[in-house]
Ligand binder design. Sequence first.
Ligand code: 5GP
Ligand code: ZN
Length: 115
Amino acid sequence: MSDCLFCKIIKGDIPCRKLYEDDEVLAFHDINPVAPVHFMLIPKRHLKSLAEADESHQALLGRLMVLLPKLAKEQGLDHGFRTVINTGRGGGQEVFHLHIHVIGGGNLPPMVRRD
Ligand code: 5GP
Ligand code: ZN
């Protein structure tokens, strides 16, 4: 996807603070962190959002999920972390290349305010 921001990051056309890369996956720090640690884990294969996932993505999504806690630990998130996948405009997604936010360090407030 030539006009996709995260595909450009994968290609190296836009720089990022990379923390992990393999043939299928890239992890990099969020440019605008909401907590002391905030990075994103993305598949290199372009997938617009979780809403577009099907059986063909099963192994890849599993790989992301298994890798994620290892990276969180490497980033010092020994006491826990939050994972967020914003999906579609209604879910607050702004970059339409599937990504899992990993957020932690310090004490996170409750995810949803009930007031
Ligand atoms: P979304 O709202 O789509 O779930 O999250 C998009 C995230 O991408 C935001 O947290 C935003 O800070 C991050 N972001 C947007 N542009 C860039 C960029 O050029 N580089 C990096 N590293 N993160 C970005
Ligand atoms: Zn993309």
